[in-house]
Design a protein around this ligand. Sequence first.
Ligand code: FES
Ligand SMILES: [Fe+2]
Length: 463
Amino acid sequence: MNKSADIENPEISIEDLEEPLTYPVEAFLSPEYAKQERERLWPRVWQMAGRLEDIPEVGDYFTYNILDESIIIIRTAPDTIKAYYNVCPHRGRQLINTPDDENTVRGRKANFVCGFHGWTYDLEGRNTYVLDPEDWKGALNAERTCLSEPKVDTWGGWVYINMDPDCESLRDFLEPAASILDPFELGKMRYKWRQWAIYPCNWKTAIEAFMEPYHVAGTHTQLLKYGEFYAYSKAYGIHGVSGFDERDPDRKNSQSSSVTRAGKGGDPRVSTYELVRENYETVNYSAATETLVNAAKRLVDELPEGTPADQVIAHMMASAKADDAARGVIWPEISPEHMSEAGLAWSLFPNQTILQGVTFALCYRTRPYGDDPNKCIFESYALERYPEGEEPVTEWVNAEPTAEKWGSVLAQDFANMEWVQKGMKSRGFRGTLPNPHQERKITNFHRVLSQYMGTGSPRLLDK
Ligand code: FES
Ligand SMILES: [Fe+2]
């Protein structure tokens, strides 16, 4: 059991998640619950703060804000990252101003000079200057005047922080998800684009919209012509994964659970191309790559009619791999069995989602916006593996939640989230009825959340 989540919750175990369950909606709606998250949840979990690629040089920093906390993540040596609470020990001024309308603040520092009275700190967080220190009659020492540090560590190219001084290691917190995702070499991918918005729903309502493909048939109806979207959903400790469940034995192929798979229709050479292209173009150029689309397009020319789906996929992957190698993008070796186990998309507790491919990933993060349970900070970004030196330069873009800015598929998700937030408030809502097979990631999320919060556990539905 996860160390930080060891508050006993005898009601629901991982095995119980296979049964029909319900979980309470208080977690999405209650201002009191939102306030309690400040103490019970956020200071006790590892939180993804940003990407290492944003701090390549010594002195590069970015800020990560969660509710009223602000943390500075800074590279202090070529191989060392440190994190500091963004506050001057003198009288509490933020060292780096973090305006609400900026998602993060980035820059480079040789040291931190507080804007109020000029106290100064080196990259190691030590105080190097106090004006008139003799006035304190010897009471100022290094311990009183240095910056405070939360825990910090990295995985997959991300930087994580934890405000709990006694927390378990990041690796322990992320397992087994980290080991299953390691072969994708996410740390070698770079931002393709990154966008954020203040969105009118709870941060959990928002992240849950990306936890299950069960909504594809009702929300992304245009995709049904290209693929089958029956899915499984599985808990791995405090984290979870979803994947496509191939029900037709004739169409089984080794990678059918992941985003790169055969499409629907009589000729898999054609349907695979259509599905890959659709995923690429309508999900803001992020659920595939140009290399994959081009390799898929050639399938009809390169393979005879009647080639079975698994061979079509194997051929597409091999030719995309060769095309990428020719331009300097070397694919990691991932066996078909591992590809299948890794599934479609991971949810890392509490608020990080990764839909992974061999050379790309589509990711989401949501955070609360103040104490208002009806608002969140929503972020999505795409990662891709580029030839060295050809990585694009990107910045966070504040973007209205429209199809024009986010692609048509994401806009369809946006078109649900705020109405879920409103609908759940109805006294006519008898409670959630999540799908025990396809939405188990969500019930697992509520199982773990309730352990941190000490309230709101899922419970079995009477049969
Ligand atoms: S608050 Fe920072 S120097 Fe006074
Ligand atoms: Fe969706």
